[in-house]
Design a protein around this ligand. Structure first.
Ligand SMILES: Nc1ncnc2c1ncn2[C@@H]1O[C@H](COP(=O)(O)OP(=O)(O)OP(=O)(O)O)[C@@H](O)[C@H]1O
Ligand SMILES: [Mg+2]
Length: 336
């Protein structure tokens, strides 16, 4: 889990943090106050931890055999650095504290240049002990390389010359010269930063059939929502808890959640009430949003971090407290 986050020089965030993060974090603020930009900072860290280049993370990357389409950040590399009025853009800097499953704390720091799309400075440490850090002076702009320093288990110093267009983190993993334990730390750091699910539900997607019959995780706009609900229904306890939240949250009465099957086994969400069945196509946008947000917290495969944009959209103020209760209790129960 990410326990602390600092961001500076990134988009509208001149200097933010360190923010101490808990299992549920709610960002409230006026329009253009930087809420979405903060979530973009986490998406940036997700992209680099996948091993994508800085350019790919900022400007997007098409689907390949090894990875899905990666949508770049809003405004791409041109808007990534904080812009002062009439000034030059800053080089964004991130600092993240993580706590691993084995209760070790990791600090990951990264600074990059949006113009050159290269890493400028990077470090990984656990407690006071550095795992690696970059030698900033030895950076070579023409060859776009960066040097990383680290010690092996015998305390011998090493230097690695690496590609500056992606993070050291993505390149040192499984490096044979690396200490096994440090290798594991780098692995855990990348896995935690990468295991992020952004949800920005689109009611038009929620109204539709899912592609498959069951799914372990939902897509960003709510793709596969019904297929995830079908998977939730396979566990009696999860389904009972899910239905209970839905009955409390949703203004639409429901005795049962149904997953209807299309001609090819595709799943469609439906609610049953008073002996009638209401398929997703006929349910209200707000009802579907409730059902999808709640389902996100009962997914069979939970990510380490769920980011929800505009969680209150379409939800009546009288239900907001209940929605927060759901998010809080499920975040604690699932460790997400
Ligand atoms: N590189 C940059 N330098 C300075 N400001 C920037 C930069 N890129 C974007 N901004 C500013 O960030 C603001 C948008 O921030 P953001 O999208 O995070 O707002 P928000 O809090 O999510 O607002 P809303 O509630 O409307 O969604 C805009 O005012 C935009 O001009
Ligand atoms: Mg926003």
């Amino acid at each position: 889990m990410i326990t602390s986050l600092s961001v500076s020089g990134f988009k509208s965030l001149e200097s933010v943090g360190p923010l101490q993060l808990g299992s549920l974090n709610v960002f409230i603020g006026a329009n253009a106050s930087g809420k979405s930009n903060l979530l973009e900072a986490l998406r940036f860290l997700q992209g680099v931890s996948f091993g994508f280049t800085i350019d790919e993370v900022l400007n997007g990357k098409p689907k390949t055999a090894a990875s899905e389409v990666w949508e770049g950040l809003r405004g791409g590399s041109k808007q990534a650095g904080f812009k002062r009025p009439k000034g030059t853009a800053s080089r964004p800097r991130f600092g993240v504290e993580l706590r691993t499953r084995s209760h070790r704390s990791i600090h990951f720091g990264l600074q990059f240049s949006p113009n050159q799309r290269v890493v400028v400075e990077e470090s990984l440490s656990t407690g006071p002990r550095p795992v690696y850090e970059t030698a900033t002076l030895k950076q070579d702009r023409t060859t776009r390389t960066i040097q990383a320093r680290y010690n092996d288990p015998e305390g011998k110093h090493h230097r690695l010359t690496l590609d500056a267009s992606r993070t050291v983190l993505a390149q040192v993993r499984n490096s044979l010269k690396f200490d096994d334990q440090d290798d594991e730390l780098a692995e855990e750091c990348a896995a935690t930063l990468g295991n992020v699910q952004r949800l920005d539900f689109d009611p038009r997607v929620l109204h539709l059939y899912s592609q498959g019959s069951t799914a372990q995780r939902m897509g960003e706009r709510g793709e596969n929502f019904a297929a995830v609900v079908a998977a939730i229904k396979k566990s009696k306890d999860s389904y009972a808890a899910y239905l209970d939240w839905l009955q409390q949250l949703s203004p639409a009465p429901s005795d049962e959640v149904k997953v209807l099957e299309g001609a090819c086994g595709e799943a469609l969400f439906a609610l049953r009430h008073g002996g009638n069945e209401f398929p997703a196509a006929s349910l209200s946008d707000g009802t579907l949003r409730f059902a999808a947000i709640a389902a996100a917290f009962f997914q069979p495969s939970m990510p380490s971090l769920v980011l929800i944009e505009e969680v209150a959209t379409g939800i009546h103020p009288s239900r907001l407290r209940l929605l927060l209760d759901l998010l809080k209790s499920q975040a604690e129960a699932t460790g997400t």
